[in-house]
Design a protein around this ligand. Structure first.
Ligand code: FE2
Length: 124
């Protein structure tokens, strides 16, 4: 039996999967690499080149944060629910951090599972 973390598709396995030759699944993260402590900044998560139909689409995007030095991680940050055809397959979250760490985006395709990407954030 696989652990849950083993059934999440990461950028490291993306190219090895046959489905990746037909359509993109890995969420892209658009964010500054360096932010100021306590100042809100935008995190845009999006999936390009993927169908957006009732039969096949991304249904949600979630954002988590792994905070350096924290005893228990990750911290849940936000979630966006997506409606096929009406919602574009993207979400922009406004986030405030006090410590450096890693933002993790998860996105769920109803046919192809949960896909992950991550971005290192330095808080100054
Ligand atoms: Fe898909």
């Amino acid at each position: 039996m696989k652990k849950f973390g083993e059934i999440i598709y990461t950028p490291e396995v993306e190219d090895k999967l046959a489905i990746s030759k037909r359509e993109n699944h890995t969420p892209r993260i658009e964010v500054q690499k360096e932010v100021k402590a306590g100042e809100a900044f935008a995190v845009r998560v999006f999936i390009q080149g993927h169908p957006n139909t009732v039969q096949h689409s991304f249904r949600w995007i979630e954002l988590y944060f792994y905070e350096e030095g924290r005893d228990f991680n990750p911290i849940f940050v936000a979630r966006a629910e997506l409606t096929p055809e009406i919602s574009e397959q993207e979400a922009t979250f406004k986030v405030k951090l006090s410590k450096s760490g890693v933002l993790y985006a998860l996105a769920y395709c109803n046919l192809h599972g949960v896909w992950e990407n991550r971005a290192q954030i330095k808080v100054v």
